[in-house]
Design a protein around this ligand. Sequence first.
Ligand code: GTP
Length: 420
Amino acid sequence: MGRVRKRERALLAALRLPRQRRYEVEESLDELGRLAESAGAEVVGRVTQERQAPTPKLYFGKGKVDELKASSERERANLMISDDALSPIQERNLGGSLGLKVIDRTALILDIFAQRARTMEGKLQVELAQLSYLLPRLVGQWKHLERLGGGIGTRGPGETQLESDRRMVRHRIEKIRGELGRVRVHRRLLRDRRKSAGVPVVALVGYTNAGKTTLLNRLTGAEHAAADQLFMTLDPTARLVTRTGHAPFILTDTVGFIRKLPHQLVAAFKATLEELDEADVLVHVVDASHPGLDDQMSAVDSLLGELDLGRRPTIVALNKVDRLEEGSALGALVDRFEGTALSARTGEGVAALLDRIEDALRPGVERISLLIPYRDGTALAHCYERGRVLSRSDAAEGIHLEVELPPRLLAMVEAYRVTR
Ligand code: GTP
């Protein structure tokens, strides 16, 4: 699999087939460029060719390959990325003719996922996707040799090597599936534990590079490290957010969304989003300074729809406002999406987002009046730790408390409920 190393110099290439419009191809290449950059490469040029169909051997026509070679030499490129999937044969032939490493969009996205995967489950999922990408390619190579007529060169050690490669890959795939099963069971346990603790869950979703992780870090600064110990084994991408005088919630980060996700990755991607199911509220983080904002948002929305999360309460966080110029269209964006403008980098607007999250979580809470006897310190602590105390007065008969608690946490204090 072609890993993209830092500052590789990449040439982007695409075919324009008769059914494709020019702008579609250009937009797709723009995105490929951004993906290449986020994988750490520098884009040094792009080439397109109009053709009826790809050529089986080189994908592009012979003349175009010569042109690609000339540009790659001129730009000192050491990597070519094709916007569409290449067959292993095309990949190998192109690499040979151009004298550079050649990869396609799928390999690039797999590479980005491999760099970004943070959880054990995510890492396993990406490896699984990489292996499934590899497997048919091994088969493909074999079929190609067979098609050339079998015979010399297709029997003996060659075949044995290929067979054993395939066996190894299949074996590893099986092993990963087993490990994934175990990781999932473990995660389900953690999830159940969180649920029984009654702390609501807020999940950050958004297009890749929107700023989710930066926002997570901003919302859960070092001051919360101690509180995190309460949930010791929380996933590294889930943290507890506490503010004095406010009910705590768990904030989880998710892997960024990408358009035209290679099919090998769709299952892996959805599996890593499984935990969104436990989220009470979603925060859709958007890069408000990005020209392709609308497309990115609708890509995220349609995926959320596929995951049956279309109706989950969602707050739009218009991030990176520090990059917007004075008099930009921010006001219009805020109106259109009823969004909260903020900058995860500077911290501007973050407090307002927290308030909105809290409001969104509140429909699930009930406001009650309690009279707690002094001897029951546990019930009092329960209110402070799990709920939001609105008022308190210490009287001779006990503590009068006005508190907001989620319905599932009412049982513990039900005995002290008073009507006003
Ligand atoms: P994925 O992991 O790809 O899903 O990305 P992400 O959404 O977690 O984005 P991340 O937090 O990694 O941020 C992406 C880039 O945007 C980083 O270079 C951040 O420093 C930058 N960034 C995030 N928030 C802001 C912001 O408010 N302002 C500016 N100027 N840059 C930001």
